[in-house]
Design a protein around this ligand. Structure first.
Ligand SMILES: *[C@@H]1O[C@H](CO)[C@@H](O)[C@H](O)[C@H]1NC(C)=O
Ligand SMILES: *[C@@H]1O[C@H](CO)[C@@H](O)[C@H](O)[C@H]1NC(C)=O
Ligand SMILES: *[C@@H]1O[C@H](CO)[C@@H](O)[C@H](O)[C@H]1NC(C)=O
Length: 153
């Protein structure tokens, strides 16, 4: 019984670590580079880079550093024709209110904004690849749950 319990705890801890660690986000910092964004692992460096990109367009990006990350897609575009003028995708420190930053003088008020953030792998891209990685993650989680159930039943 104790063996089974310890085994289950180890597996549960591993499953928990898998959920907390290892977020990937699509990353790019201009309309042209965002045509083929690369997927980057979230860590202090990649999120810090996103903060730098946000500072080009906003005046009040906090100097936050933490270990909690989410994925961002922030775009500015002309409302008349939907042409995107600024586009930032990437990992960011989730404590930053990333969709509510003040615009600086680089950021024209003629532009409309679209902004969303999310918390699973590569979710900040309209490409179906993001959906795929979410469902494969669900399959992996389900597999672990099955193994856990097997140990106890
Ligand atoms: C984050 O970026 C700023 C400015 O680019 C730099 O001064 C700072 O050392 C960086 N912090 C980390 C933890 O990389
Ligand atoms: C405006 O953008 C340029 C080029 O990215 C940058 O060098 C400059 O620091 C920005 N201005 C402000 C106020 O952040
Ligand atoms: C980011 O979001 C905007 C607005 O929803 C969308 O037009 C753009 O294609 C997105 N960027 C990527 C790389 O998916």
């Amino acid at each position: 019984m104790w063996k089974k319990l310890i085994c289950a705890l180890v597996l549960a801890a591993f499953l928990g670590l898998q959920t907390v660690n290892g977020l990937y986000c699509y990353t790019c910092d201009s309309p042209s580079s965002c045509r083929s964004p690369t997927s980057q692992y979230c860590n202090v460096q990649t999120a810090n880079t996103t903060s730098d990109w946000l500072r080009r367009l906003h005046s009040n990006v906090p100097k936050t550093v933490s270990n909690s990350f989410e994925c961002l897609n922030l775009t500015y575009y002309y409302p008349q024709n939907n042409v995107i003028t600024q586009e930032i995708l990437g990992c960011y420190f989730s404590s930053i209110s990333v969709c509510y930053l003040f615009r600086n003088e680089n950021n024209s008020y003629d532009w409309d904004k679209s902004c969303y953030f999310c918390g699973y792998d590569n979710c900040n891209h309209r490409n179906p690849a993001g959906t795929l990685s979410k469902s494969s993650f669900t399959i992996i989680s389900s597999a672990w749950l099955l193994i856990l159930a097997k140990i106890f039943i």
